[in-house]
Design a binder for this molecule. Sequence first.
Ligand code: GLU
Length: 471
Amino acid sequence: MPNVVTRFAPSPTGRLTIGGVRTALFSWLYARRHEGKFILRIEDTDQERSTPENVQVILDSLSWLGIDWDEGPYFQARRMELYRKEAERLVAEGKAYRCVCTKEELDARRKEMEARKEKPRYDGRCRSVPEAAKAGLPSVIRFRTPPDGETEVRDLVLKKTIVFRNSELDDLILIRSDGWPTYNFVVAVDDSSMRVTHVLRGDDHLNNTPKQILIYDALGYPVPHFGHFPLIHGTEGGKMSKREGKDFDDPSSLGYYPRHGFLPEAVVNYLARLGWGHGDQEIFTVEELKSLFSLEGTNNSASRFDMTKLLHLDAHWIKAADPARLARLLLPFLKDRGIEASEGERLVKVVRTLQERSRTLEEMADAAEFYFREKPTDPKASAKFLTPEIAPVLRDIAEAFSSLDPFTPSGMEETLHAVVERHGGNLKVHQPIRVALTGGTASPGLFEVMEILGRDEVVRRLGGAAGRIGA
Ligand code: GLU
């Protein structure tokens, strides 16, 4: 399909949610699939609630995910002239009109309508008043919505046509009395001036679409295609709700994932599958997604967020990742735990032993701790494995290891065998050694662990553990 243009148009009024990111991802993938253009537009006309910090979060999050844009970011607050000019044009063409009804008048009429059990709407009083008669009065600009007829939304994601009666749509305000334009108007002006061909967004905007279609028509612009993605529900069955506190504490915010050690390729893979499918394939690289994504494959019903599945995918992508890259990504997580490691061969070796066992970088950092400092021994493991009879054995192993050079797995194995033989041959020493070295009963392979810890540290920890037994 030639010349596909999509856009992501977030409002920087709050957190960037997982749902918002999925919209960005699908819009981006659709553009990439069709070798089109993807535009980033920041919808900051709500000046009170928009903040530069929220804008930065949007930019950082998209970069983290690898979602790049070909144009923008545009900021609506810097495009006021265009919106005012277009609104004036509609007034001049009779497709919009100034409304000078005061707030008090509107309130009073709304109450009357409510008392008559009518749906509150603007009663059109200023429609037929000549513009000249309203000059100089405080006013808003309203859209002259066609009173009759219907507006159809053919939805490429919901895969159906939704019909709205124009009489239900009200004469919506295009420009407020303070001169600021409203959402439905700026979206229509921007999508047309930016030549957007496919408007893809959450289905919370579905009811806005007929209003925007009428505005495109009035402005004389071609109407784009539309697709509305059903919302993402939380695992509890409700809408995925936002939590109080920082965005990185809240799994419904994108900010949670980098902070908790998820890989971007896993989040992209998960979000793509959450609302889109290609047969029963679960694992997708970004490159595959760029070549496979289609609107036909999107779900037309709500999807359910499932953290277990996401963790499963993250584990997959951690296993598949380059250990040197993981080592670099792991550094801040180690630092958070007070561990100053350096990027280098040793850290890469540490990562290799943990890649199969960690679902996130956070888990990997926890599991890596014993490589950098001795951890308190788990009392249960200690009671079971660091028994009085094992103390002399550990001491002898430490002693024998201290002169083992080079300190290689085969040398370690022979040494262990010899010491065990000396103590009667019928002893299980691997678990006691593991507990002495790592503080617990689960760790990567014992010989790998010892090789990375190094001879001196192994000797020190074994001797220390033996000394503590019975103390
Ligand atoms: N700014 C709107 C929002 O963040 C999206 C507008 C659109 O995609 O049309 O909900």
